[in-house]
Design a protein around this ligand. Structure first.
Ligand SMILES: Cc1ncc(COP(=O)(O)O)c(C=O)c1O
Length: 397
């Protein structure tokens, strides 16, 4: 039978990455596996009791509106709270008019690919980068140019080289805070330099920042967007890691000129984000202290990260190195050059423990000796047991 599917479904990308994503989803549903694979927050930290009272209040006081269609840009009260509470904390001056609500930040990323990318355009990203952004941009046929990172984030000299060599770059995609997958944070100096370079070479920056508030050590760094003086940074935010991912509430923060394009796309995709979920999020921010909720989450994740690192130091062979994130959900393990983490995963799965091989996070492939570990979703005993099993597998190889 001739191929019925559109060509864009096979525009590049490693099918291995697709297989890995399918595997992650499978792993998260297998209770007997100790999975460090997904990026799931711990569900026990969700404010279920508060949400019960909020939902009841909304339905009893405003039920007809809560269950009705609503505007494409999103509820004004929610956009206002995001601008005044979250964007302000990140050093960004914004009003409700600069915010559009999306169905998770994942939808914002897909829209960005759709709005800005023509086939053959260049996307510059960190090496490694967030797999969900790579798969969101891929159908639009860009060429990915990866820029190396060190412990301070993307290396700016390498970024400038990439910009010089690729005049058809459309945007730089970056996760500056506690990056997925490495846990690395970009320094303030580099954020400023990044904006300077984007201006010099006249490209956009897509700042994707789900983890900036999950801080274990130090202060919240100013968003890249806070250094944006000529409206070239499009900020992608989300409540998924600081509140409830199942509500699927994310947002974009940018100028009216850009938002108008996003609005046209959103109208054709889903008209609007779930009205009830928007009302619930807005009322939560009004009635409760979102920062207190974030602090509760941080205390648990910090402890789990410390426990994971301590156990890794005891159980992993000495030729493995790993990052020491100061926030977020992930850390990144590097094996000796000749090792393949997909092979490690096969053995680890036999011992009922899972993680994500690094290959998934490199849009151009070619790197096999890394893997990502999530420390937020497993309990303390599972972390210790899972890392011990993984240590055994690594030693055996
Ligand atoms: C870097 C990054 N961006 C975007 C997302 C998507 O998040 P959501 O669609 O739940 O807001 C994730 C999820 O893990 C992520 O790690």
């Amino acid at each position: 039978m001739k191929n019925k599917f559109a060509k864009r479904l096979s525009t590049g990308g490693s099918s291995e990455a697709d297989e890995i994503i399918a595997l992650i989803m499978k792993l998260t549903e297998m209770p007997e596996v100790i999975s460090f694979a997904g990026g799931l927050p711990d569900g026990e930290l969700f404010p279920v009791e508060e949400m019960k009272s909020i939902t009841h209040k909304i339905l009893s006081e405003d039920g007809n509106n809560a269950l009705q269609y609503s505007g494409t840009q999103g509820l004004k009260e929610l956009r206002q709270s995001i601008a005044e509470q979250i964007m302000k904390d990140a050093g960004v001056e914004a009003t409700a008019d600069n915010i559009m609500i999306t169905c998770g930040s994942q939808q914002g990323l897909e829209f960005s690919g759709r709005i800005f990318l023509d086939e053959g355009d260049v996307v510059i990203c960190e090496s490694p980068s967030y797999v969900g952004a790579i798969t969101a941009f891929q159908p639009y046929g860009p060429k990915f140019v990866e820029v190396k990172m060190d412990q301070d984030g993307m290396i700016m000299e390498e970024l400038e080289e990439a910009l010089k060599n690729n005049p058809n770059t459309k945007f730089i995609y970056t996760v500056p805070d506690f990056q997925n997958p490495t846990g690395i944070t970009m320094t303030v100096e580099r954020r400023k330099r990044l904006v300077e370079l984007a201006r010099k070479y006249d490209v956009l920056i897509l700042e994707d920042n789900p983890y900036g508030n999950l801080i274990f050590e130090g202060e919240r760094l100013p968003a890249i967007k806070s250094f944006d003086t000529d409206d070239r940074v499009i900020y992608h935010g989300t409540f998924s890691k600081i509140f409830c991912p199942g509500l699927r509430i994310g947002w974009l923060c940018t100028t009216k000129e850009f938002l108008d394009q996003y609005l046209v796309v959103k109208q054709s995709v889903d008209l609007q984000t779930n009205t009830m979920a928007q009302k619930e999020t807005a009322l939560y921010m009004k009635m409760f202290d979102l920062k207190a909720n974030v602090n509760k989450i941080i205390d648990v994740y910090r402890r789990r990260k410390d426990l994971m690192l301590k156990t890794m130091k005891e159980e992993f062979p000495e030729n493995c190195s790993f990052t020491h994130p100061k926030g977020g959900l992930f850390l990144w393990v590097t094996l000796p050059e000749d090792k393949d983490s997909s092979e490690v995963l096969k053995k680890a799965m036999e011992m009922r423990v899972g993680f994500v091989p690094g290959i998934a996070f490199y849009p151009n492939g070619n790197h096999r000796n890394n893997f990502r570990l999530n420390f937020s979703s497993m309990k303390d005993e599972q972390i210790v047991e899972g890392i011990k099993r993984l240590g055994k597998v690594l030693k055996s190889l």
